[in-house]
Design a protein around this ligand. Structure first.
Ligand SMILES: NC(=O)c1ccc[n+]([C@@H]2O[C@H](COP(=O)([O-])OP(=O)(O)OC[C@H]3O[C@@H](n4cnc5c(N)ncnc54)[C@H](OP(=O)(O)O)[C@@H]3O)[C@@H](O)[C@H]2O)c1
Length: 320
């Protein structure tokens, strides 16, 4: 099969379209012929090898050469123990380990796969798994977001951010969306009540405090995040610098004890039911999977360059 591979960390230039062996499903897996794969922040991180957690699979060179986790397509073949899917079924899901999706075929276990709703295109379905589930698990953390809560999303214009913004609005929150200047009107069009251009303003220094913050690009100190929280507010780190991550692990409990403010990591659990819940909201027209543009598989380097340049609004899709 054809696949986009990389054998070193670096810019999109290190990506190559090559022939590799088609994966064979185990007894508990489904082989999917991929129609679309969406780009996540984790693909960009896996390509450049930064932050450091992106090198967990291989410190000096990529442990797995094929990036891409969120896919949709048709079932080609099923393992011996699979009853739920049959060849020809239209499906979408998340390849475990954040790799293997920028290719013609991938194998997925059943708990990462769902039937694609007929009303969603392959592109739309591939936009859902990682980004939609991050957003849903954030909205449901501790207790569901309540109407009137002041919420801030840092990195609101990307994959997880655009789902999170729409979900927070659906729950009646007052949403501040942070991203680059080129995305301000776009974020307002998705329902943001307030927008902040991160290149001009630091959201932790505006004087406004929030009940709940989602951060997919964290790079400030925990004390800055504490400043931006209401006394009983919670900040969730989803992605960003490893330095911030360690600060949260070390100082988060102390900040909580001394100020009541909760600064913590959100470890997202891949969850099939959550993936289906997001797809149902999309089917019902309550939220939309925001797709900026699509590129054919062979142009994956261009697609990642477009994302890297800070122009992508929502998701960029690879069509296979
Ligand atoms: N915690 C977990 O369990 C878990 C699980 C899966 C994934 N993740 C993490 O989730 C994150 C993925 O998010 P995603 O897929 O939504 O990423 P994404 O689509 O790349 O979106 C990131 C957004 O943040 C914006 N941004 C960049 N720098 C910023 C800054 N300094 N301040 C504010 N916004 C900024 C980007 O804009 P530009 O266009 O300007 O760059 C982009 O719109 C990754 O870090 C991944 O590792 C975590």
């Amino acid at each position: 099969m054809k696949a986009i591979v990389h054998h070193e960390y670096g810019s999109p230039d290190v990506l190559k379209l090559v022939e590799v062996d088609t994966p064979a499903p185990t007894d508990d897996e489904v082989l999917v012929r991929i129609h679309a794969a969406s780009i996540n922040g984790s693909d960009r991180e896996g390509l450049i090898g930064k932050p450091l957690y992106a090198r967990l699979g291989g410190l000096r060179k990529p442990g797995h050469p094929i990036l891409g986790s969120d896919i949709s397509g048709r079932v080609e073949r099923v393992g011996r123990n699979i009853r739920e899917f049959q060849p020809g079924d239209e499906v979408y899901g998340e390849v475990p380990g954040y790799h293997g999706g920028f290719a013609e075929y991938a194998c997925l276990p059943v708990n990462r796969l769902a039937q694609k709703p007929a009303s969603l295109t392959f592109e739309q379905a591939s936009a859902i798994p990682q980004a939609g589930v991050i957003a849903l698990q954030w909205v449901r953390q501790k207790r569901q977001i309540r109407p009137g809560e002041k919420v801030l999303i840092n990195g609101a214009g990307g994959g997880a951010g655009t789902f999170a913004l729409q979900l927070a609005k659906l729950h009646g929150a007052e949403v501040t969306a942070v991203d680059n200047a080129g995305k301000m009107d776009f974020l307002r069009s998705l329902g943001a009540d307030h927008v902040i251009d991160y290149t001009r303003q630091d959201f932790t220094r505006t004087g406004t405090q929030y009940d709940r913050i989602l951060d997919v690009v964290a790079h400030r100190s925990v004390f800055a995040y504490k400043r931006a929280l209401r006394p009983d507010g919670t900040y969730y780190f989803v992605g960003g610098s490893v330095g911030v991550l360690f600060q949260i692990l070390l100082l988060g409990p102390w900040i909580r004890r001394t100020s009541g403010r909760n600064i913590r990591l959100l470890t997202v659990q891949p969850n099939r039911n959550d993936m289906i819940s997001i797809a149902e909201l999309c089917e019902a027209g309550k939220i939309i999977p925001v797709i900026d543009r699509s590129y054919p598989l062979k142009e994956t380097p261009e697609a990642l360059r477009y994302v890297e340049e800070g122009r992508a609004k929502g998701k960029v899709i690879i069509t296979v």
